[in-house]
Design a protein. Structure first.
Lengths: 257, 428
């Protein structure tokens, strides 16, 4: 691939998803360049979380193509997609509740570091995996809570661990689903800093409602309205976009197909 | 909290050495042939219960049909024994349990492939179905399962090696003890490997596991096969120990016993199933001798444990150990002793009534006169029933009163411990 044209990390081509008779994603197309930070915004029910679920393999799309770099991943199970270097976080913290913080993070590095289903090696001897897990815990600033069970953490700590599990495996495409949801202002500010740190050099897609976070973090913004990407551009251009303003003024219904 | 080392600590080593010593010394201290039979069965049950707990406790898989794997291991082992004693198969007796293990592994690989495609309720249903399937096949294929009489064998054949014939029970016991120790160590080791940890992760949150690169189905399948292997070893040892294998070893009652006693022992701790195995043999061998109503008592105990101590015996021990570590256990003793006495009074009342019902219903020919704890009772008389009800009422009343006092003290102690931990963390 030439260095002049940026390579595409994630691409959606006319992706559709129906649940029963209801079509939630209606021909969404999007091409995210490697290394870009993209925020996906849109009104409630626009299909943002569904879009994440399609990309990460939780559901398969009804039609259309999803590519990770040059490879089609639509319809593949989540673990196949994760092994190809795409990791995601969840809107509601999705942790290994009865395992410690350290164990949570280590579970997320094992496969990526090649230990897979090994039952002939002791965890204690996996120096690189243990060091990586410790490093991630330090990065998300949970080192003092290392040996606590995930279920006993505070809300903000659980959100941090959620991010830790997501980035631990070293995936280069990161999807964060409302990482700052439910946090106070000061917590949010700190958290945005954290997200910026842990995603340096990576491709980031994030669903976010807090416009401060969106404009502070994103290189580009994708606006999803009724299952379609109606705008995908630099923040200033999106802010000025008439269609986006219209959508947010509540006249979304009128322009539906 | 200090970073926990993952290598075996000195305390771990002491525990393992103690376990080995107990296995070696038990039949020397307790020399009757009955004791040897009992200990042999306990050794086998420990392997079977630990194998079952790979599914239940480690992986969150509720199986209603694990006797299939120990039982088929038994059958294959006894057939191998018979071939070997006829000289058609060159294998020493000491390796026959491994044949059982490989059989368990093989059947777990075949049947488990279907079973572990699903989790949760569906998994439980499939295990139940496969259990019934194999149990019914045991009646349809008498050539393999031996029909009503089962398959018998003789473990003494060929020339003795170093004077060991495996004829005497004590020699079989030590064979079982060696397998028990090695299997226990191997299953413990499994909990400290990548697969073992991911199995816990699958138990806690199967969805997230898929997003960190693991196929939950594959994790469950591998664990199922490993569990089947160790269950098969237990089955093979059982075949050698009893020298007869009947269809009941693959039956639902056996599967149910694994579940019940692993739960009673405590599925959340590695050593819980070991306690469960001891209870299993005591209940099956001793309690069933003591009273015809033993299954009823077992059911009541199970109900009480599910409701009040879902972590089983192991978690009760660990909770008290925690209190002891903080030096507060002496405050509980003066509650425990009266509680136990009140509990025994209530039990005596309840047991008297249960035994009277059994006397009237099952021992009709013997009439209503019976002995209960050395006390002559007339099961058809009002006095005996009124007495039993009174004893039960007194016991329950006392227990309830004492329990409240104990509950308050327990909560106070837990709060004190929590406060102390917080203090230590702040100081660190």
């Amino acid at each position: 691939m030439s260095s002049a044209a940026p390579s595409i990390a994630v691409e959606l081509r006319d992706v559709r998803k129906s649940f029963g008779k209801t079509e939630i994603i209606r021909g969404a197309s999007l091409a995210v360049n490697a290394g870009e930070r993209v925020a996906i915004i849109g009104p409630n029910g626009a299909g943002k979380s569904t879009l994440f679920n399609l990309i990460s393999g939780r559901f398969g799309p009804t039609s259309g193509e999803i590519r990770l770099r040059d490879e089609r991943i639509d319809g593949k199970p989540p673990y196949e997609i994760a092994r190809r270097g795409l990791a995601r976080s969840f809107q509601v913290s999705n942790l290994f509740t009865r395992l410690s913080v350290f164990e949570n993070v280590r579970c997320a590095v094992l496969y990526a570091m090649g230990y897979r289903y090994a039952f002939w090696r002791f965890l204690a001897d996996l120096k690189d995996a243990n060091e990586r897990a410790e490093a991630v815990i330090a990065m998300i600033k949970l080192d003092r809570r290392r040996d606590h069970l995930a279920m006993n953490l505070t809300y903000a700590e659980q959100r941090a661990l959620e991010i830790g599990i997501t980035i631990a495996g070293g995936a280069d495409v990161i999807l964060l689903d409302e990482p700052t949801a439910g946090m106070s202002r000061s917590e949010t500010a700190r958290f945005v800093e954290l997200i910026r740190e842990v995603t340096v050099g990576k491709t980031l897609l994030t669903v976010e409602h807090d416009m401060g976070v969106v404009f502070g973090l994103a290189d580009k913004i994708a606006v999803l309205v009724y299952g379609e990407v109606i705008a995908f551009d630099k923040p200033d251009a999106v802010r000025a976009n008439a269609r986006v303003q219209e959508a947010y003024l509540g006249s979304v219904l009128a322009q539906g197909h | 909290m200090a970073a926990t080392s993952e290598h075996l600590t000195r305390r771990d080593w002491i525990l393992w050495i103690a376990f080995a010593l107990v296995l070696i010394a038990a039949p020397l201290l307790w020399r009757s042939s009955f004791a040897q039979t009992l200990l042999s069965q306990i050794g086998i049950a420990i392997i079977a219960c630990l194998a079952y707990n790979i599914l239940l406790g480690q992986g969150g898989m509720l199986s209603f049909g694990h006797a299939v794997y120990s039982g088929l291991g038994s059958f294959i082992a006894i057939h191998a024994l018979n071939l070997a004693s006829k000289g058609q198969l060159a294998i020493p007796v000491s390796l026959l349990p491994l044949v059982g293990g490989l059989a368990g592994l093989f059947f777990a690989a075949v049947l488990g492939y279907v079973t572990t495609k699903k989790s949760g309720t569906t998994f439980a249903m499939i295990t139940l179905g496969i259990g019934e399937l194999v149990a019914s096949m045991s009646l349809m294929i008498p050539e393999f399962f031996g029909g009503e009489g089962g398959v018998s064998g003789n473990r003494v054949f060929g020339k003795p090696v170093l004077g060991i014939t495996f004829g005497p029970q004590i020699q079989i016991y030590y064979l079982i003890a060696v397998y028990c120790f090695v299997s226990t160590a191997a299953m413990y080791a499994l909990t400290r490997t990548p697969l073992g940890r991911m199995l816990n992760a699958v138990r806690d949150n199967p969805e997230r596991v898929e997003f960190v690169g693991y196929s939950t189905q594959h994790v469950r399948y591998l664990a199922f096969m490993i569990s089947g292997f160790f269950a098969g070893i237990a089955g093979g040892l059982g075949a050698l120990n009893f020298e007869i294998v009947t269809a009941e070893v693959v039956g639902a009652a056996r599967s149910g016993a694994y579940l019940l006693f692993v739960f009673l022992g405590g599925a959340t701790f590695f050593f819980g199933p070991i306690l469960g195995a001891v209870l299993l043999v005591i209940a099956l061998v001793l309690l069933s001798e003591l009273t015809k109503a033993w299954l009823l008592y077992l059911g009541i105990v199970f109900l009480i444990m599910v409701m009040y101590a879902p972590g089983g015996l192991a978690s009760l021990i660990m909770m008290n150990l925690r209190v002891a570590v903080f030096g507060k256990l002496n405050r509980l003793w003066r509650h425990y002793i009266p509680l136990v006495i009140a509990g025994l009074i209530a039990l005596a009342g309840a047991a008297a009534m249960i035994e009277m019902v059994y006397q009237l219903q099952l021992n009709e020919a013997l009439g209503p006169q019976m002995l209960f704890l050395g006390l002559p009772l007339d099961a058809s008389g009002v006095a005996a029933w009124a007495g039993a009800v009174a004893v039960l009422a007194v016991g329950v009343g006392l227990f309830e009163r004492l329990r409240r006092g104990f509950g308050r003290e327990w909560n106070r102690i837990q709060e004190e411990i929590a406060a102390e931990i917080a203090r230590r963390e702040a100081a660190a």
